[in-house]
Design a binder for this molecule. Structure first.
Ligand SMILES: *Cc1c(COP(=O)(O)O)cnc(C)c1O
Length: 373
């Protein structure tokens, strides 16, 4: 069976973990964490990078930074992972779902304004498949209405929008290094803070609400409890693993891009015949080949393709159950009107295997898909 995902190791992870072990500093914020922060800040141009346990944890930090009050509203897509919404629900806020664009499957910027109410505090964008949302329009809208913008950039490290790296555009952004993403640490994430007034507070919240980091820099003479917070920082072993991945990020993205392009060319004819729709890439969005998906005409044909591929030894998977259809989504959130594109896409989208090492077997996947259509 060709699996849907296989985590890629660069080869240096264990050497760096051994180094961290040798340094004898295993808690967070050691030398490897510092080097990860430097790398992330240089690559993304964000104001400040802070490693977290996960993208989920980074989103929870963003929700804390927003100072949300119960009943405040946060606009976001329904076609996303549960953490996008859950992080804000934990603060008593109400996710308000807006439909996605039929081309990129990202938040439809033309429908956001109609969903804004006096309780709206923020817009959370999700760069699906590592393709940027229409950030110029969204940032302008947010500015007009005094709203914050948070990027769920879980899938988007290495992508850019009009030449600007994703993760550097909103007030804050959340990255994921979960083993299903391009750059991995098993479980891991980062908060990228761009709003300067959030920078110091984010550091405190990540260290259990203490000024520990300032104390160690000699900026304050007491280490004490100064704000709300939690333990959001990973230990050095995770950071050591992650640094090895960062150092290979360009090569990883390039190899994924070659696999992505090969799929894209292989299914051009099937698209012409109306059997599938391939991903749409706006010219101003540079992506990171996080995902290759196909849109089938309907649910029945997607189910048939999944079954057909399984019979031919290929694991392909669908993606999100829209959050407005999920039990917790109905309990804690609301949809701003009908979400026809979200509903349709969730029934029609199929993701194909895309991982480093797939190269010799990719033709088998392509042949299997063609045979099943
Ligand atoms: C993977 C993912 C997350 C969650 O990431 P974790 O690091 O597992 O917490 C959140 N949002 C999106 C869009 C994702 O793809």
């Amino acid at each position: 069976m060709i699996p849907f995902n296989k985590p890629h190791m660069t080869g240096r992870e264990l050497a760096y973990i051994a180094q961290a072990h040798g340094l004898g500093h295993l808690a967070g914020n050691g030398e490897f964490t510092r080097r990860c922060h430097v790398w992330l800040e240089a690559q993304t141009g964000c104001g400040r990078a802070l490693l977290t346990h996960s993208c989920t944890a980074a989103l929870e930090m963003a929700a804390l930074l927003l100072d949300l009050q119960p009943g405040d509203e946060v606009i976001m897509p329904s076609y996303t992972f549960v953490s996008t919404a859950n992080a804000f629900v934990l603060r008593g806020a109400v996710p308000v779902f807006v439909d996605i664009r039929a081309d990129t499957l990202n938040l439809d910027e033309t429908q956001i304004e109609a969903a804004i109410t006096p309780r709206t505090r923020a817009i959370v964008v999700v760069h699906y498949a590592g393709v940027g949302c229409e950030m110029d329009a969204i940032l302008a809208l947010a500015q007009r209405h005094g709203l914050r913008v948070i990027e769920d950039a879980a899938q988007a490290l290495g992508s850019s929008y009009r030449g600007r790296p994703l993760g550097s555009l909103g007030d804050a952004a959340a990255l994921s290094f979960h083993e299903t993403k391009n750059i991995i640490a098993g479980e891991g994430g980062a908060l990228l803070v761009n709003a300067p007034e959030w920078s110091e507070r984010a550091e405190v919240m990540r260290e259990k609400g203490t000024n520990r980091a300032q104390f160690f820099r000699g900026q304050v003479d007491k280490y004490t409890w100064v704000d709300v917070g939690s333990s959001f920082l990973p230990g050095e072993l995770i950071a050591a693993f992650l640094l090895a991945q960062f150092e290979e990020a360009q090569a990883i993205t390039a190899a994924r891009m070659a696999l992505w392009q090969r799929y894209h060319e292989a299914f051009a004819e099937q698209e012409r015949q109306g059997l599938v729709r391939r991903p749409v890439l706006p010219a101003h969005c540079e992506h990171n080949a996080h995902m290759y998906y196909l849109l089938l005409p309907d649910l029945a044909r997607r189910s048939a393709l999944i079954e057909g591929l399984k019979a031919r030894g290929v694991q392909a998977v669908f993606h999100y159950v829209p959050l407005h259809r999920a039990p917790a989504g109905q309990r804690f959130a609301r949809a701003a009107g009908a979400l026809p594109v979200t509903d349709a896409v969730s029934e029609r989208l199929l993701r194909l295997p895309l991982w480093l090492g797939l190269e010799p077997e990719q033709d088998r996947v392509i042949e299997a898909v063609r045979a099943c259509l």
